[in-house]
Every structure is written in structure tokens, then in C-alpha cells.
Design a protein around this ligand. Sequence first.
Ligand code: ZN
Length: 181
Amino acid sequence: MSAVEYAFFRILRLFRRLPANPLSVGNKKVIFLEYFKGFDKVEAVQGIFGAKTTEVLSHLKVELSWLMGYMYVDGSDGHLVISKGYLNNGNRTDIYLDLIHELCHVKQFMEGKELFDPKYEYVDRPTEIAAYRYAVREARRLGLSEERIRCYLRTEWMDDEAFLRLAKSVNVAVPTLHYKP
Ligand SMILES: [Zn+2]
């Protein structure tokens, strides 16, 4: 999940045509496995990349961005961009689930899937639904309550209708109480 993914999608598309992305100036690049040590041993991550987990994560570049937001996969070369502010101040569980979500996108990118297909709205995009489903599965395995999972799914840029569609797609029940028409 990422607000940046949504809000900067069009801007990033424009910048991609330039030789250097001005939004990347001053950003530090690190290797995923050196930064998130031990992630290749996480079962949920191994479930995404299988036998190639360590290999993929030791090549995956992470750009630590000064931009506000959460995290997203850069559609030009499949590297991960993470907001430094989010890493420093975000909720640890949310960050972990977001990493699982984004690693699903890394895999999708490796498979040649279009991550930002403009034919779909964010919550209807098949690549998003697959990544959210996988993150929800991991959230349940961790023992998070359904309420906490709904809280994780609900982001500030989703309206009620979009949130309900996403919740339904990933099999998270929403009590009527939650829905304010
Ligand atoms: Zn996503």
C-alpha cells in the first residue's frame, strides 16, 4: 500500500522520460537484504520468491526517499522506493505488511506485469488485489484482529466505496457499522 504509489504515479511517469529523476536527487540507495537483514528467512517472503528469495533480495535496490508517503515499486526498473519519514515514524506492523505487499509487486514486475495499469482504479487493479490478499493472509497468520486488518487496509486516499470494494476483494468482512454512506 502506498499513497505515493497513487499520488505520484502521473508525475513519476513524466519524470521517467528525463535522464535523471529530479525527485531522486539526494536519495540514498541501499540493498534490500543489507538494510532489512534476515528478511530472506521470513516464510511469507519465501512464499513470494521461493528458492530465489536470497538472490532476489540481495540484488533488490531500495531508494530511501525524502518524499512524504509510504512505499512503492518504481515501474521503470522495479526497485523499491520507501519514504524515510515512514520508516522512522510509521507503525512497525504496517511497515512490515507494506514490505510484504511491495515484495509481491517486485515479483509481479519480474514477471512482466503492468503495475500501474491505468485501465483500473487503484483498488480494482489485479496486481493490487493480489498484493493486498497476500498481506492480509500474513496479517492473519500474525494474529492481527479483523478490526486491525481493516484499519491497515483503510488508507486516507480511499473513499468508503473504494475501501468496501477492496475489503470484499480480499475477503475482509466490514460490519455495516463501519460504513457511513
Ligand atoms: Zn500496491
